[in-house]
Design a protein around this ligand. Structure first.
Ligand code: MN
Length: 214
């Protein structure tokens, strides 16, 4: 009996206008309800095809279905991390504390140097993709990654802690083609408490690394 659990669109942890003025309501609504939802549906559609294939009910193009799954599932995961990675201005923004701050200081030589490198990675993603701060379980260190699309250059084993979506759908309605200003303003809504929770989960070897804290 071939059977895979389906994915679901998680609710936003705040209202659609909560990140204004840095990210406007219209962007948040479309981004969550249309774009993220499409990745959930896409991942589920790929699972359904694989199920039918296993049951002998359908022939599938395995290569195409696996590519589809990789892209859509990664899109679902990245957005699932992205939403709670942000918080309304006042609650979000500022500088981190806790272990994440210690690791950033140790490894990047201070928060400003980290911020500069992470921003440069996010701003220079070729085409569409993500800037990512990840945890490396092999060394218990932080890594900065530049991911194209949702899944290209994502590095196996690294656990995303803080991600910024730099697809045009994440900023174009407000910032037009000025990705740089979007990235600079985004720091005002970074939820460092959420990043710290993810780091703690990663350090504890939690299997729920990709699930937003409840
Ligand atoms: Mn997106």
């Amino acid at each position: 009996m071939a059977s895979f659990t389906r994915y679901e669109l998680p609710p936003l942890p705040y209202s659609y206008n909560a990140l204004e003025p840095y990210i406007i309501e219209e962007i948040m609504k479309l981004h969550h309800q249309k774009h993220h939802n499409a990745y959930v549906k896409g991942a589920n559609a790929a699972l359904e095809k694989i199920e039918k294939h296993l049951k002998g009910e359908a022939q599938i193009d395995v290569k195409a279905v696996m590519r589809d799954f990789s892209f859509n599932y990664a899109g679902h995961i990245m957005h699932t991390i992205f939403w709670p990675n942000m918080a309304p201005p006042g609650k979000g923004g500022g500088t981190p504390g806790g272990r994440i701050a210690d690791l950033i200081d140790q490894q990047f030589g201070g928060f400003e140097k980290f911020k500069q490198l992470f921003s440069a990675a996010a701003k220079s993603v070729e085409g569409v993709g993500w800037g990512v701060l990840a945890f490396d379980p092999l060394t218990s260190e932080l890594r900065i990654l530049q991911v194209e699309k949702h899944n290209v250059l994502m590095t196996a084993g690294l656990v995303p802690l803080l991600v910024i979506d730099v697809w045009e759908h994440a900023y174009y309605l407000q910032y037009k083609n000025d990705r740089g200003s979007y990235v600079d303003n985004w720091w005002n809504v970074v939820n460092w408490g959420d990043v710290e929770k993810r780091l703690e989960q990663a350090l504890n070897g939690s299997k729920q690394l990709f699930i937003p804290p409840q």
